[in-house]
Design a protein around this ligand. Sequence first.
Ligand SMILES: [Zn+2]
Length: 302
Amino acid sequence: MPNAKFLEEYQLYRKFDFPIKRDTKLLPISLNEFPKVNLNMYCPNCNNIRTFKFNYKYIHKKEKNLFIKNIDNHFQIKFDFSKTQRPSFPVLEENDIVNLNYICASCEDYYRFFAIKMGKGLKTIEKVGQFPAWDISIEKNLKKILKGYSEYYKKGKTCESQSYGIGAFAYYRRIIEDIIGELLELIPDLMNGEELEKYRVALEEVRKTNNTTNKIALVKDLLPPILKPEQFNPLKTIHDVLSTGIHGKTDEQCLEDAESIRTSLIFLVDAILSRKKGQQEYTESMKKILEKRRKKINKNEN
Ligand SMILES: [Zn+2]
């Protein structure tokens, strides 16, 4: 069902464009027109990201008290309190809530549920419920960098989970303001030669300013290729979002901006820390190899 990104990442009440196609306007839209799609999400049983396969779906029609369950494409009417004539297949209408059930394909013992509400004119959908709840935990690498600012991050994600875009944006902006200096100081570790010289000169200027967007502006075009995959520049993204600010924007617009800041920040921190770790591991293993070689030479000389 409908789109993996929507189910995996969208926050509650955030509208997703999902015009349901119908062959002819005369025919009612059935639940079958909801495409099925597998998800990649975390399974606590497997303690890893796993494929979740679509299990079953049913419509919850509040006003008509009609509950219909669909297992393996065979529709069964579970309850029909209305006792009026109903079509034998479920028809989708505005404000219907479609419940989706997913199961981990690996352990087959962990379930995920989504409640999806059909929007106006069946052109959009939104999540009105999700179990387990949208994840507000902090990514491992980010936790190392955030330290005392972790609370802001959690609050930002909590706001995001409820689609309070303005709140999420404000918390993430605060995090960037507080940690950007430290983050920019880590980048020279990933550079050398002329690239490093240029960056160092800019970093001197960065240290002299207190304004976050100015700090980022000074170095955003000097990032090493490792921090700019496929022309995506996380610092430029953060800079663009912060410089347009929050003024006059709706919750929905701020939500997109908040998401851009969060994903760019996660990428930057991951890239910097894993590269550093990689370098440390390389240096350690090189030291060991050289030590062995030195011992061997000493032995031969003796
Ligand atoms: Zn599992």
